[in-house]
Write a protein that binds this ligand. Structure first.
Ligand SMILES: Cc1cc2nc3c(=O)[nH]c(=O)nc-3n(C[C@H](O)[C@H](O)[C@H](O)COP(=O)(O)OP(=O)(O)OC[C@H]3O[C@@H](n4cnc5c(N)ncnc54)[C@H](O)[C@@H]3O)c2cc1C
Length: 481
C-alpha cells in the first residue's frame, strides 16, 4: 500500500517517534494502525501467536476446524470499529442485516426490524405484529421506549432491573426482550446493569436510526479479518512482535524514553499504549515505575468483574434451518448463528449457539452443556431430530466481558495514565460503551488521539457517532444528561 503524502510529511517531522502498543486485541490493533497511518513508528506486542485477543479465531484441536472464540456481532452504530475495518480495508467482509427473527419453543417465529416509518417509530410496525409479545407486553415496551427517549443521568445509580419494575414491565417483556436482547447484549443480569448503559443500547439499536441498529457479522473467521494488520504496519515502518509477553516497563526521564521488558528482550520507545484487559493491566502495575495516581488506578481496576459467554459449535450432516441467525426464546441458549450460511466458503452444516449473561451454563460439565443445547435446539428446529451430529465443540470464555453495574464509570480511567507518555486503552477504559469491540476500537482511537496531540500533530482519529435520523434529530438531546 502507498504511504500518503500526509503520512510522509509527519514522518519527516517526527523521524524518531516510536510507540510500543502492548496487546493486539481490537484496542491495540486500532491504535497501532491509526498511529502508523499518522506517521509514527509502531511496535505492536502480543503475548499470543495471533492477533485479535478476545475477538479471534483459531484451529480447534477437537474438531479440526477454524472457529471464532465466539460469534462477534457489531452494529451500524459501532463507528470506530467500522473505521478500523475501513482503515485496514476489510469493511466489505461484514454482512449486514436489519431483521432479527425471534423463535418460540415449538417454532413459531416473529420478526423485529425497521419499516418505512421515521426513527424512532421505524421498529414499531414489526413489534406490533410480533407473536412473541402479548398486547400487554407491547404496551409495556412502548411505554418503556417512550420513557427512555428522555436523557438518563450519566451518574444514575439505578439498575436496569429496578427501572423495569418501576416502569411496569410485564413478565413477557422482561423475559423475552429486556433479558434476552438487552441484557444479553450487555452480558449481565438485569440487576447488574446500570440504567445509562441499557438506555444507550436501546437508543442505538432501536431508536436513533435503522442504520445504527443494523447488525453486522463477519463473513470470514475473525483472525482472517485482521490478516492485513501486519503488512499495514510493516509498510509504514512498524513491526509486530507475536509470542512476546510483556513483563514490565521502565521510564528514563533524561531520555524521555520507555524500555518495555518482554520475556524475549527489550523494546524502547517514546510512547507506550497499554491496550490490555483489566486483569492484565492489574498484573502489569507492580512492574511499572512508582507514580502518583497508580494506587488509584489499582483501586479502580479492583472494582471490575468478569462475565462469561459460552458457545456450542455443532456440525450436522444436513441443514437444520435456512435462517442465518435467530434469537431463541424462553430457554438457556439465546442465539443461533448458521455459520455455513454466514461465512463465505465455509461449507458443511455448521451451527453456533451462544449463551450469554449467565454463570449457570458456564458451570455445567461439557456433556451436560452439549446435551442441554442440543435438546433445546430441537425444540426450535425439529429437523435436528433427523440430522446426525457429526462433531461438536464447547467454548467457555469465563473472562469474556466486564460488567457495567451502577457506579462503574468511576472505575473506568481515561486514556491518560499516571505515567508520562504512557496511555491506557482496552474496552474497560472510559469510552461510555459497554464491553464490546466498539469500546475496544474507541479506546484505541482515544489513546492514538492523545499521542498525536502530544507529538503536536493533533488529528481527529476518534470517529464520531452516527447522527440520529428522522424524528430523533429533534427528540431527546442525547443518551445521557
Ligand atoms: C465469548 C465472547 C463473545 C463476545 N461477543 C461480542 C460481540 O458479539 N460483540 C462485541 O462487540 N463484543 C463481544 N465480545 C467482547 C469483545 O471481544 C471485547 O470487548 C473486545 O474484543 C476487547 O478488545 P480489547 O483489545 O480491549 O481486549 P483483548 O481482546 O482482551 O486484547 C488484549 C490483548 O492483550 C494481550 N495481552 C495480555 N497480556 C499481555 C502481556 N502481558 N503482554 C503482551 N500482550 C498481552 C492479550 O493476549 C490480548 O490479545 C465478546 C467477547 C467474548 C470473549
Amino acid at each position: 500500500m502507498q504511504k500518503t503524502e500526509e503520512t510522509l510529511s509527519v514522518l519527516r517531522q517526527n523521524p524518531a517517534k516510536t510507540v510500543t502498543v502492548i496487546g493486539a486485541g481490537v484496542a491495540g490493533m486500532s491504535a497501532a494502525c491509526a498511529l502508523a497511518e499518522a506517521g509514527l513508528r509502531v511496535q505492536l506486542v502480543e503475548r499470543r501467536g495471533y492477533l485479535g485477543g478476545r475477538a479471534s479465531s483459531y484451529l480447534h484441536p477437537g474438531v479440526h476446524e477454524i472457529i471464532d472464540n465466539c460469534q462477534h456481532v457489531l452494529f451500524g452504530c459501532c463507528t470506530n470499529l467500522i473505521g478500523f475495518y475501513r482503515r485496514i480495508g476489510v469493511a466489505d467482509r461484514i454482512h449486514w442485516t436489519s431483521e432479527m427473527t425471534m423463535i418460540e419453543p415449538g417454532g413459531r417465529r416473529s420478526a423485529l426490524g425497521p419499516s418505512w416509518l421515521p426513527a424512532p417509530l421505524h421498529g414499531l410496525p414489526k413489534l406490533m405484529t410480533a407473536h412473541a409479545f402479548t398486547p400487554g407486553d407491547k404496551l409495556a415496551l412502548g411505554r418503556a421506549f417512550g420513557a427512555l427517549m428522555r436523557p438518563v443521568a450519566a451518574d444514575s445509580s439505578e439498575s436496569l432491573g429496578a427501572w423495569l419494575s418501576r416502569n411496569g414491565q410485564t413478565e413477557g417483556a422482561i423475559n423475552r426482550f429486556w433479558r434476552l436482547v438487552i441484557a444479553s447484549a450487555l452480558n449481565a443480569e438485569i440487576d447488574q446493569i446500570a440504567l445509562p448503559y441499557a438506555a444507550k443500547v436501546i437508543r442505538e439499536l432501536f431508536m436513533n436510526s435503522a442504520e445504527a441498529g443494523s447488525m453486522g457479522m463477519s463473513t470470514v473467521p475473525l483472525s482472517d479479518l485482521y490478516a492485513g494488520v501486519i503488512p499495514f504496519l510493516e509498510e509504514r515502518g512498524g513491526r509486530v512482535h507475536l509470542n512476546t509477553h510483556v513483563e514490565g516497563a521502565g521510564w528514563d526521564e533524561r531520555r524521555a524514553q520507555w524500555t518495555v521488558r518482554t520475556r524475549t528482550g527489550e523494546l524502547t520507545s517514546e510512547y507506550v499504549i497499554a491496550a490490555l484487559p483489566f486483569e492484565a493491566m492489574q498484573g502489569l502495575l507492580p512492574h511499572l515505575p512508582a507514580a502518583e495516581g497508580a494506587e488509584k488506578l489499582a483501586q479502580q481496576i479492583a472494582q471490575h468483574e468478569h462475565w462469561p459467554i459460552c458457545s456450542v459449535h455443532l456440525w450436522f450432516d444436513r441443514e437444520i434451518t435456512e435462517l442465518e441467525h435467530a434469537v431463541l426464546l424462553d430457554r438457556e441458549i439465546h442465539w443461533m448463528y448458521n455459520q455455513s450460511r454466514l461465512q463465505t466458503g465455509r461449507g458443511g452444516h455448521y451451527i453456533e449457539l451462544v449463551v450469554s449473561a449467565t454463570r449457570a451454563f458456564a458451570a455445567l460439565k461439557r456433556e451436560e452443556a452439549i446435551a442441554l443445547a442440543l435438546g433445546e435446539l430441537t425444540e426450535f428446529f425439529p429437523r435436528v431430530k433427523e440430522a446426525k451430529l457429526e462433531k461438536v465443540a464447547l467454548v467457555k470464555e469465563v473472562r469474556a466481558t466486564f460488567g457495567v453495574p451502577p457506579g462503574i464509570d468511576a472505575s473506568r480511567p481515561s486514556a491518560v495514565s499516571p505515567w508520562p507518555s504512557l496511555f491506557l486503552a482496552g474496552d474497560w477504559v472510559a469510552t461510555g460503551w459497554p464491553s464490546t469491540m466498539e469500546s475496544g476500537a474507541r479506546s484505541g482511537h482515544l489513546a492514538a488521539d492523545a499521542i498525536c496531540q502530544s507529538v503536536r500533530e493533533p488529528r481527529a482519529i476518534l470517529v464520531p457517532d452516527l447522527k440520529p435520523r428522522g424524528l430523533m434529530r429533534w427528540l431527546g438531546a442525547g443518551n445521557r444528561e
